[in-house]
Design a protein around this ligand. Structure first.
Ligand SMILES: *[C@@H]1O[C@H](CO)[C@@H](O)[C@H](O)[C@H]1NC(C)=O
Length: 130
């Protein structure tokens, strides 16, 4: 009875695993240093503010106030790790950033789902994917 039940469970597990791709592994790691915040880490490592937050959901809080020195964090997942970034300067708007990177504004917005369609919520020091 128990042996039969165990077999059914493991068979179901095998089917479930076969049908689902393995979760992406971390592509790049970073050890938090004194004085770091998420914008500093993004700029230092060319990982966008959005990507850093996305990869660390449940690990770093949304205000990025609970990093601890020595903590190992993931910067990007394999196959989804954009390393071409730009740190927003004061007076810059999305069109300037897209033009300077040689990409369409729509591509910039698609690569940075955290930026609203009016580009009204970027701020100097933020690292965007281009
Ligand atoms: C930071 O905040 C996240 C999200 O609330 C939480 O899951 C995580 O445990 C916190 N980390 C530390 C070191 O407190």
């Amino acid at each position: 009875m128990f042996a039969r039940l165990a077999f059914v469970l493991s068979a179901l597990t095998a089917v479930a695993l076969a049908g689902v791709a393995a979760p992406p592994q971390c592509d790049r790691y970073y050890v938090v240093e004194a004085g770091d915040n998420c914008d500093i880490i993004s700029a230092k490592t060319s990982s966008s503010t959005y990507q850093l937050a996305r990869v660390n959901t449940g690990i770093i809080n949304s205000q990025c106030t609970n990093l601890t020195v020595g903590e190992l964090i993931c910067l990007g997942l394999e196959g989804q790790d954009c390393e071409v970034t730009h740190v927003v300067q004061s007076d810059e708007v999305c069109v300037d950033i897209a033009n300077n990177a040689g990409i369409l504004l729509s591509t910039l917005l698609a690569n940075n789902p955290n930026v609203d369609s009016q580009c009204s919520n970027i701020y100097p020091g933020e690292a965007s994917s281009v």
